[in-house]
Design a protein around this ligand. Structure first.
Ligand SMILES: [Zn+2]
Length: 59
């Protein structure tokens, strides 16, 4: 769902529409969705792996 979120370049309004409901300008994706998603998942994966290795450590 996040990748459907677009932003108006004119008034910075976030919308799901191709056209801004406020000023009628064409909306664009605020940042490259693929890059940001990959980055997010990579971070989560690292955190999960870190937690796991912490749990598996003998105390
Ligand atoms: Zn606008």
């Amino acid at each position: 769902m996040v990748k459907l979120l677009r932003r108006c370049a004119q008034c910075q309004t976030y919308t799901l529409s191709n056209v801004c409901s406020k000023c009628g300008s064409e909306t664009t994706y605020p940042h490259p969705p693929k890059f940001s998603l990959d980055d997010k998942y990579a971070t989560y994966r690292l955190v999960e792996r870190y937690k796991k290795s912490e749990q598996e450590k003998p105390t």
